[in-house]
Ligand binder design. Structure first.
Ligand SMILES: NC(=O)c1ccc[n+]([C@@H]2O[C@H](COP(=O)([O-])OP(=O)(O)OC[C@H]3O[C@@H](n4cnc5c(N)ncnc54)[C@H](OP(=O)(O)O)[C@@H]3O)[C@@H](O)[C@H]2O)c1
Length: 364
């Protein structure tokens, strides 16, 4: 059930929660009507997302890799009322702050791209942060979308990641692999929080009718990626290392392993395109995989990065070092069946990312 008429924010968040928690739907409807909202208003808010460019859209985490791409995409599509808050402005782990923000702004659309994200090292060093911060951010946002907006939120989009799937999931990994086996232990704290986010979207849809959907992207790359020497993913790490080798005039770059593992990469602008596609067209319980469907070996990737960066020395494989999982590919046939496909070829995406790195990270 969706309501769209204005209501008093404080009355809304405090009183509505009590009535909603009681499960008394008759009282809930009557309370909403007394506040000036009406179920009939729903017709106003179910307009197609893409044509609803005057609606308020909250992009949580708009300065991150994913959030900034979604922000760029929405600006390009003509959305005029984007709600953007930095971490310092609204700390999404703080329930009272999130509730006050939602009650005051009452967005019509909510996209959850804020999260505590990191590699294996960060996950194993700060497991408590990874589980607690992610649970807090997503719980606060999803719950406030329901309880603190007087029904203004007509759609919520939650972003997870491919690490939600079991370590030994079938390849390519279908959506149905969720909770079918043990997780990869190195990032299970993060994965458990993300799985809880999917389940929370499903539970709020079932119990409260909140149109909350979730998507699980494959490995992403692009502008705003993390190029940190210890904390970055393989693709930005390769860009940084080849660039540094080029600048210092080194003869070779040594990369761990044999280069044989297969990986899938998606440019973050393609992900942003998929997000708006799903916001516009999808409403369902099932989470949706978002991948490019194209696999490359780490060797092919490293050679491509070397070429794009313009490093003239040798690429050397240290085969005494471990390779990692042999293959990791998402099965994105559900999304493909809806008519979406990735458009940015890896070489083009790498060139774009390298340019961003040189313009924004190098010498900073
Ligand atoms: N990167 C990938 O390859 C990848 C792949 C699949 C899925 N995803 C998913 O995409 C989502 C976003 O990832 P990302 O790579 O874009 O991460 P990111 O670049 O680290 O961005 C995360 C954003 O969240 C904000 N944030 C974190 N804690 C916050 C808090 N307490 N209050 C307010 N804002 C907070 C950060 O702001 P500050 O920096 O100011 O803290 C940052 O803007 C995650 O759910 C992740 O699982 C990412």
């Amino acid at each position: 059930m969706t309501f769209s008429a204005p209501v008093s924010p404080l009355l809304d968040c405090n009183t509505l929660s009590t009535v909603a928690d009681s499960g008394d739907i008759v009282s809930f409807v009557s309370l909403m009507e007394s506040m000036g909202a009406s179920p009939e208003d729903q017709t106003e808010v179910v307009a197609s997302f893409l044509s609803d460019t005057d609606a308020k859209v909250f992009v949580a985490g708009h300065r991150g890799l994913v959030g900034s791409a979604i922000h760029r995409k929405l600006v390009a599509l003509g959305f005029t009322k984007l709600l953007l808050r930095t971490h310092a402005e609204v700390d999404l782990t703080r329930q009272a702050d999130v509730e006050a923000f939602f009650a005051a702004e009452r967005p019509r659309y909510v996209i959850v791209a804020a999260a505590k994200v990191g590699g294996i090292h960060a996950n194993s060093t700060y497991p408590a942060d990874f589980i607690a911060v992610n649970l807090q951010i997503q719980t606060n946002i999803i719950d406030a979308s329901l309880r603190c907006t007087g029904g203004a939120v007509s759609k919520l989009f939650f972003l997870g990641s491919s690490c939600i799937y079991p370590k030994h999931a079938p390849q390519p990994i279908p959506e149905s692999a969720l909770l079918s086996g043990p997780l990869e232990p190195t990032n299970e704290w993060y994965a458990v929080a993300k799985i809880a986010g999917i389940k929370m979207c499903q539970a709020y849809r079932i119990q409260h009718g909140l149109d909350a959907i979730s998507a699980m992207p494959t490995n992403l790359y692009g502008p705003q990626d993390n190029f940190h020497p210890e904390n970055s993913h393989v693709l930005p790490a390769l860009i940084r290392r080849f660039h540094n080798a080029k600048i210092s005039g080194a003869n070779e770059v040594v990369v761990w392993g044999t280069g044989s593992p297969l990986r899938e990469f998606l440019h973050v602008d393609d992900l942003a395109d998929a997000v708006v596609f799903l916001m516009d067209r999808y409403s369902g319980l099932e989470h949706v995989n978002v991948g490019s469907g194209k696999e490359v070996t780490i060797k092919e990737l490293a050679e491509l990065v070397k070429e794009v960066v313009g490093f003239q020395g040798d690429l050397v494989w240290d085969k005494t070092k471990p390779d990692g999982t042999p293959r990791k590919l998402m099965d994105s046939s559900m999304l493909a069946g809806m008519g979406w496909e990735a458009k940015i070829p890896l070489r083009e995406g790498l060139a774009d990312t390298y340019k961003w790195y040189v313009d924004n990270v190098v010498d900073n």
